[in-house]
Design a protein around this ligand. Structure first.
Ligand code: SF4
Length: 472
């Protein structure tokens, strides 16, 4: 393999070799000059809070910070779409010298009058941290004048890594929770944390819970509404998916309101089923029939899904995948999902995984798998070439790496337009992987590893047969 790993990063990359004690360095600031795939603190906050659809999101900083994160997730809303606009105070040199508080006050007042939001979030950017504008004072004044929550988000870009941004977002959310009336909330109720309603995924999950007889009080933050978040403390349980992004809020709610939380993943067959069973188990004392309803739901969904997966597996068996995602929870589910398709994950990593996360990854991956924390494009390219993978799963920053190397790509991040959660999402995932891996295009764009493209000569999938036979 080419020499691309910085000495300082060597202990953040581990090749699984059967060692009993798996250790990896992680959860630390990115190495300067290593060109991490991570985003800044502000971006971390923005991606968590942005899907709250009836709130105003005002970026206090230069225009670039707002442009860079404009509509950053494909977070869908069943109602208002104010979140899809990107507002900025557009700080200029004069504001940096004389301060931007006046401009912030004017922008907030004007935008609230024009858009009538249910709340406003005001994000700090790097320059605001440097010039020291008092966001709290401005927010307090506007909140008193306008009668809606105005919440500063302490997300100065330079003050840490993306995880700091998640924490700042959770702190901001905790200021909304607790304001609403919870007298009508069912004792069988949950909040969904860490799901951002990409391609409408939260609607699939909500439907499962409702079929089990569980009320969903608030969705944080996909298809989120300020009024729902204000009464989130009334829910009996928090179900946390993207733990990196929202577990801090669950911990804060446990400390303040005594709301317990469990972790879940809605990707893949095992994890989706387990999430429903765990919620059913939690409410089993209050509702003895809930577990039977959960089992019936899983049985119904699997009886439709399983035979279709077997068809895709015929073509995909033995193919190899690389996975690099933001949060490690998704990586666990992807390793298991690829196994259902007969495929091996040979490279896997995340931007924000913890030691506990990586130990879990090591436990479920095969010998020889490369496990990497906070990777950069050079490392990812080298691993993909070395392992000669058939598909790379990642986000917008990973896509060009795959295509430049002549490798198939599956978007499993912010911009995806296909729902990948739930049982329906597993079928979409299988279909997308099959279409990509089996595409005849790889015959014309040979892999940079120099090995011949390994697409099968013909597809057997009846659902979406490709036309590879025609391009021999
Ligand atoms: S690093 Fe600073 S300047 Fe760059 S986008 Fe983040 S907040 Fe804005």
């Amino acid at each position: 393999m080419e020499q691309v790993i910085f000495t300082e990063r060597a202990n953040q990359i581990v090749r699984k070799d059967g060692a009993v004690d798996f250790t990896i360095a992680c959860n630390r600031d990115s190495l300067a000059g290593a060109v991490s795939q991570r985003a800044c603190v502000f971006c971390g906050s923005r991606v968590v809070l942005y899907p709250i659809a009836d709130a105003l999101h005002l970026v206090h900083g230069p225009i670039g910070c707002a442009a860079y994160t404009w509509d950053i997730r494909g977070a869908l809303s069943s109602g208002p779409e104010l979140h899809r606009l990107s507002f900025s105070t557009d700080l200029k040199e004069k504001d940096v010298i004389f301060g931007g508080e006046k401009k912030l006050y004017q922008a907030l007042t004007e935008l609230i009058a024009r858009h009538k939001p249910s709340a406003a979030f005001v994000y700090s950017t790097c320059i605001v941290g440097i010039i020291g504008d008092d966001l709290n004072a401005v927010a307090k004044r506007v909140e008193a004048e306008q009668g809606i929550p105005v919440i500063p988000v302490a997300s100065e870009g330079f003050k840490g890594n993306k995880r700091e941004g998640y924490h700042a977002a959770c702190k901001a959310l905790s200021k909304l929770v607790g304001r609403g009336d919870v007298s009508a909330v069912s004792p069988l109720s949950v909040n969904i944390l860490g799901d951002f309603n990409l391609a409408g995924e939260i609607w699939i999950i909500k439907d499962y819970y409702q079929r089990m007889g569980v009320e969903v009080v608030a969705t944080l933050t996909g298809d989120g509404r300020v009024a729902d978040i204000e009464k989130a403390h009334g829910a009996a349980l928090n179900v946390v998916q993207c733990s990196g992004a929202t577990q801090d809020l669950a911990v804060m709610m446990q400390e303040t309101y005594g709301t317990p939380f469990i972790r879940a993943s809605y990707f893949g067959i095992e994890d989706m089923s387990q999430a429903l069973y765990d919620v059913a188990k939690f409410f089993a004392e209050k509702d003895p029939g809930i577990m039977d309803r959960a089992k019936a739901l899983v049985r119904d969904e699997l009886s439709m899904l399983y035979p279709k997966l077997q068809e895709y597996k015929k073509d995909l068996k033995g193919k190899k995948a690389a996975v690099y995602v933001g949060g490690a929870f998704k990586a666990f589910s992807l390793v298991k999902s690829f196994r259902h398709l007969g495929m091996d994950v040979v490279v896997v990593g995340s931007q924000t995984g913890t030691e506990e996360d990586y130990k879990e990854l090591a436990a479920i991956t095969d010998e020889g798998t490369i496990i990497v924390d906070d990777a950069n494009p050079l490392e990812l390219s080298a691993f993909i070439k070395e392992k000669d993978v058939d598909i790379f799963v990642g986000g917008v920053k990973e896509r060009p790496i795959a295509f430049k190397l002549g490798v198939g790509f599956c978007d499993h991040n912010h911009e995806r337009k296909e729902a990948l959660e739930g049982f329906a999402g597993m079928l979409n995932f299988a279909r997308e992987v099959h279409a990509t891996v089996m595409s005849p295009v790889w015959r014309f764009t040979p892999r940079r590893s120099g090995k011949a493209a390994s697409a099968a000569t013909s597809c057997t999938s009846p659902e979406r047969p490709c036309d590879c036979a025609e391009v021999k």
